[in-house]
Write a protein that binds this ligand. Structure first.
Ligand code: ADP
Length: 176
């Protein structure tokens, strides 16, 4: 599915975040210590190699809503932007913190003149954020940032399952 409001191209695809060779940066659904773990972070660290872990350590720990940027090492992407999503309902402002992840990731991308970026569904795995609600925050927040983007031209949402992809596709259609 592809949507193009203004000159920024947005798409939702089914796949793995480490298999997105057509984007300059991928986003990691990181843990506070920026270590490997499972899910997205596990896949990214596994594919990037131990150099990524070493670079990450100077930034750890990060707080919910924060984002930091590193090289991509063995990944097909130049950069990894690591975001710590909120654990669903553990903090009162979980929605705002999830928003901040997307805003801060895009801001780092802009600072590095990044043209294309892929996001996984941050917080929807072990952090327990329901997919539908998380998709709404992700899509709304990204659409709101579009007028301010000067460098980013392509934004991809990468979903692991067909059901998750359909949730994102519906949100993109609904919120345009
Ligand atoms: P969090 O800790 O932020 O909840 P997870 O990594 O546990 O992050 O999961 C976030 C989402 O990413 C979940 O919807 C999960 O199904 C999905 N996911 C897991 N592995 C991958 C992967 N390799 N590529 C893309 N999405 C993935």
């Amino acid at each position: 599915m592809q949507v193009t409001p203004s000159n920024v191209h947005i798409e939702a695809v089914k796949g793995g975040i480490t298999q997105q060779a057509d984007v300059q940066a991928i986003v990691n659904a990181a843990n506070a210590e920026l270590t490997t773990g499972g899910g997205v972070a596990g896949a990214i660290h596994h594919a990037a190699g131990t150099e990524l872990y070493k670079e990450c350590q100077q930034f750890a720990p990060i707080r919910p809503g924060e984002a930091v940027i590193t090289s991509g090492y063995k990944l097909p992407n130049e950069y990894v932007i690591h975001c710590l999503g909120p654990v669903y309902e553990r903090r009162k402002n979980y929605e705002e913190l999830l928003e901040k992840c997307y805003i801060n990731a895009l801001q780092l991308a802009e600072e590095k003149n990044i043209k294309s970026i892929a996001f996984p569904a941050i917080s929807t795995g072990v952090f327990g954020y329901p997919m539908e609600a998380a998709a709404e925050v992700a899509v709304k927040t990204i659409l709101k940032q579009i007028p301010q983007l000067k460098h980013v031209e392509k934004i991809k949402f990468v979903l692991f399952t067909q059901a998750d992809l359909e949730i994102y596709q519906n949100k993109l259609e609904e919120l345009q």
